[in-house]
Design a protein around this ligand. Structure first.
Ligand SMILES: [Zn+2]
Ligand SMILES: [Zn+2]
Length: 438
């Protein structure tokens, strides 16, 4: 980790020899050593986290970070020699200075921690180092600590996700989506049987009769409540008859089976589902606002009823909704997915995990803005975000008709199943950067 340079090392060794054994015995002046010998040539104060460059000069780490940020070059502030790689803290020198000038170092550390500008510079400097390290690391080469663990976990998760996808595709996605796009007048007896499967377990007992009678789509739409009660159908349970008639009414009105799950919704509204998926991921608040303004009946109303269930829409429901909407919008999406757990076992779990990760990432970026003292730039950032979302949406609307179905599918599954895995990595990176300095 350390990159000690020879002159410093020998200096420090001299200090340790001349300084005695216990802190009480130590008198830096006795060995001819004063604070001046251990002062940083940037701030002319005692060195904190001394970082030694290739040229041999040492500076406080935060002084170096501030200099690096303002100069924008990898140059020594004193002799202007370029440094190679990413400079690290000189551990030997740091420990020696901390032992000799405990009180001074503690005071300076306090000052540094309380200064948001310095914290920001240190963070940016460390991120620059992390980027360099990831660029310089040989592909597949060993990585230290949490990195290698999570790379392994991520690879395993990606493999699982790919397998699930292949399973999903091979289990006949098209087979399930056929009824939502096929006109009821063209339904075969098999299609009618499939439609009855969707009605629920109670409808299974009547399936055989419908197959025997060779009921196709055209015949199905002509059936009345009275006919269902008589042989050969003989559906005696009045609530079963009513349920069949209600579903039949919807099919007659739409001409196709109404979408009842995510895959059917996607089959009918390909572009819209892709748009909503990406928009909710990038900007949940704006997207929900968009749904409220332009898609109230079909999408917003079912959404709010699922997330904040109430017998009747009241102000209480709206308060609950607005609090979640402004503070934890991803929580709303997680609750919506939670409601679909029984229908979409794995997909719902992916959405819930991703919603939690996105909440964490949003919290992290807010914390970053706060800790840098840039809270005043928030309105400007929000406006920039609004502008970005508007232009992206416009571009999507213009180019969507040109995108092939296969590409749309790839983008859809990518956002649904791979994005959570990428976000796990991003959360881990955030943790590492923050642990470095806090
Ligand atoms: Zn300094
Ligand atoms: Zn130098």
């Amino acid at each position: 980790m350390s990159d000690p340079q020879l002159p410093e090392v020998s200096d420090v060794d001299d200090v340790d020899v001349s300084a005695g054994d216990t802190p009480a015995d130590r008198d830096p002046q006795a060995g001819g050593l004063s604070e001046r010998e251990f002062s940083c040539h940037c701030c002319y104060d005692i060195l904190v986290n001394p970082t030694t460059l290739n040229c041999g000069h040492s500076f406080c780490r935060h002084c170096l970070a501030l200099w690096w940020e303002s100069a924008g070059k990898n140059e020594c502030p004193e002799c202007r020699e370029r440094w190679e790689g990413f400079p690290k803290v000189n551990i030997l020198l740091r420990d020696a200075v901390e032992k000799l000038f405990q009180a001074d170092v503690r005071r300076r550390r306090q000052d540094i921690q309380n200064n948001p500008r310095i914290a920001h510079s240190l963070l940016a400097f460390q991120r620059h180092g992390d980027e360099q390290a990831s660029r310089g690391a040989a592909p597949g080469g060993p990585r230290r600590g949490a990195g290698s663990f999570f790379t392994g976990v991520l690879t395993a998760l990606t493999a699982v996700a790919v397998m699930l996808l292949v399973y999903h595709w091979s289990s006949g996605e098209a087979h399930h989506e056929v009824l939502v796009s096929k006109p009821v007048s063209k339904w075969t007896t098999d299609d009618v049987t499939l439609w009855m499967e969707y009605l629920g377990a109670w409808a299974h007992q009547y399936r055989e009769i419908f197959i025997e009678e060779k009921v196709n789509g055209r015949l199905l739409t002509l059936l009345s409540d009275e006919e269902l009660s008589r042989p050969p159908y003989s559906i005696e349970n009045p609530s079963h008859r009513r349920a069949v008639m209600e579903e039949l009414h919807k099919v007659r009105e739409l001409g196709v089976k109404p979408p009842q799950n995510l895959w059917e919704y996607k089959a009918v509204n390909g572009g819209k589902s892709l748009f909503l998926l990406y928009a909710l991921k990038d900007s949940p608040r704006l997207t929900i606002l968009y749904l409220y303004l332009f898609d109230y009946e079909d999408t917003f109303l079912p959404f709010i009823q699922t997330c904040c269930p109430q017998v009747e829409p009241t102000w209480r429901q709206w308060v609950e909704f607005l609090v979640k909407f402004s503070l934890l919008p991803y929580q709303l999406l997680a609750e919506f997915a939670w409601d679909w757990l029984s229908v979409h076992y794995w997909t719902s779990r992916f959405v819930i995990v991703n919603a939690m990760l996105l909440s964490v990432l949003e919290g992290c970026s807010f914390w970053r803005v706060w800790s840098r003292g840039e809270i005043r730039t928030l309105p400007k950032r929000m406006f920039g975000h609004l502008w970005k979302m508007l232009t992206h949406s416009l571009a999507f609307m213009l180019f969507w008709p040109l995108v092939p179905h296969f590409v749309c599918n790839c983008l859809f599954y990518w956002a649904l199943y791979f994005n959570p895995i990428i976000n796990i990595d991003m959360v881990v990176q955030q943790q590492r950067i923050q642990n470095q300095f806090m």
